[in-house]
Design a protein around this ligand. Structure first.
Ligand SMILES: Nc1ncnc2c1ncn2[C@@H]1O[C@H](COP(=O)(O)OP(=O)(O)OP(=O)(O)O)[C@@H](O)[C@H]1O
Ligand SMILES: [Mg+2]
Ligand SMILES: [Zn+2]
Length: 288
């Protein structure tokens, strides 16, 4: 059913032949989204003003960390462009369907399940040619189609920037709260301001800012080395009146583990990287 609809949406570029059936479909879809999200206590959207700052890495490791602490956690990406969650968790197959035609998330650990929007695509390159309205339809359909069951947390890896795609995500999951990821080099006030103003425009509450790749963990002695001026995230958060959730060191293992499909938090729970995530999760949960 999904594949058919996706195919149709793609051909039509998001348009639809009859007004009436479009409204019916829209209502049906809104109900599906509501049903699917109503059993999830906390929805967190991981955002950034810019690409490549580590949203997907933060989303995956945050989800693993929450699950390790005993929270029932779901993880999803809605980034139609880069391979992210699926790749980082080594999930390459298409998703399974339940009998009621809902998508079944993959079990990662006892408390963690995940879906990637790429699990819907037979052809990974096809997303690139979709136009705006078809993408929005795809995102809505995807969110409404997953059978999560009861969850304490849903972590959503959003597309980068402040364009149509992150807006669709924010509007579809309308009680989601934002976690803004930045790096020390680009803690230019302007960039965080962009993310903050995005959240305000779509009326999304901001949980706080995370500074990723803050210091470098030396692979020889395991001590942190400041490559860039760190602490910019914290200063900027304070200036903007936003909560600072914590910083995450640059760890060479992150790249390797991401490529190997096994997030670092799954294996190295005693590292500085893991400590950083534990702190961020404690900050988050104490605020919720
Ligand atoms: N703390 C970290 N230490 C080391 N490498 C990291 C860290 N965080 C992210 N990376 C690496 O940086 C690259 C970009 O990270 P990631 O894909 O998570 O960013 P993104 O914001 O999701 O990017 P995009 O905008 O393309 O979706 C990846 O190769 C990832 O392994
Ligand atoms: Mg990403
Ligand atoms: Zn060293």
């Amino acid at each position: 059913m999904i594949h058919e609809n996706v195919e149709q949406a793609r051909k039509q570029g998001g348009g639809c032949p009859s007004q009436e059936s479009r409204e019916d479909k829209q209502k049906q879809q809104e109900q599906m989204i509501k049903d699917s999200l109503s059993r999830i206590k906390n929805k967190l959207v991981v955002l950034s003003g810019k690409g490549g700052v580590g949203k997907s890495s933060v989303s995956v490791n945050l989800a693993v960390c929450l699950a390790n602490k005993g929270f029932k956690t779901g993880l999803m990406d809605v980034d139609l462009h880069g391979p992210s969650i699926g790749h980082m968790l080594g999930m390459n197959e298409l998703l399974d369907m339940s009998e009621s035609h809902k998508l079944l998330p993959k079990k990662v650990t006892d408390n963690l399940t995940a879906v990637s929007i790429q699990g819907l695509m037979q052809d990974r390159d096809q997303a690139v040619i979709w136009r705006g309205p078809a993408k929005t339809g795809m995102i809505q359909q995807f969110v409404g189609s997953v059978d999560w069951g009861d969850l304490d947390f849903l972590i959503i890896d959003a597309p980068p920037g402040t364009g149509d795609e992150p807006i669709s995500v924010a509007q579809t999951i309308n009680d989601a709260k934002g976690v803004i990821v930045t790096t020390p080099q680009e803690v230019a006030l302007a960039d965080i301001r962009k993310s903050i103003s995005f959240c305000r425009t779509v009326k999304m509450e901001i949980m706080g800012i995370v500074e990723n790749m803050s210091s470098f963990i030396c692979p020889h002695c395991n001590e942190p080395v400041d490559l860039f001026k760190t602490g910019g995230g914290k200063t900027t958060a304070e200036k903007m009146g936003i909560n600072f959730l914590g910083d995450i060191p640059f760890d060479t293992e992150v790249v390797r583990s991401g490529d190997a499909g096994e997030p670092l938090m799954l294996n190295k729970s005693d590292s500085r990287f893991a400590e950083a995530f534990n702190r961020i999760v404690d900050n988050l949960t104490s605020r919720l």
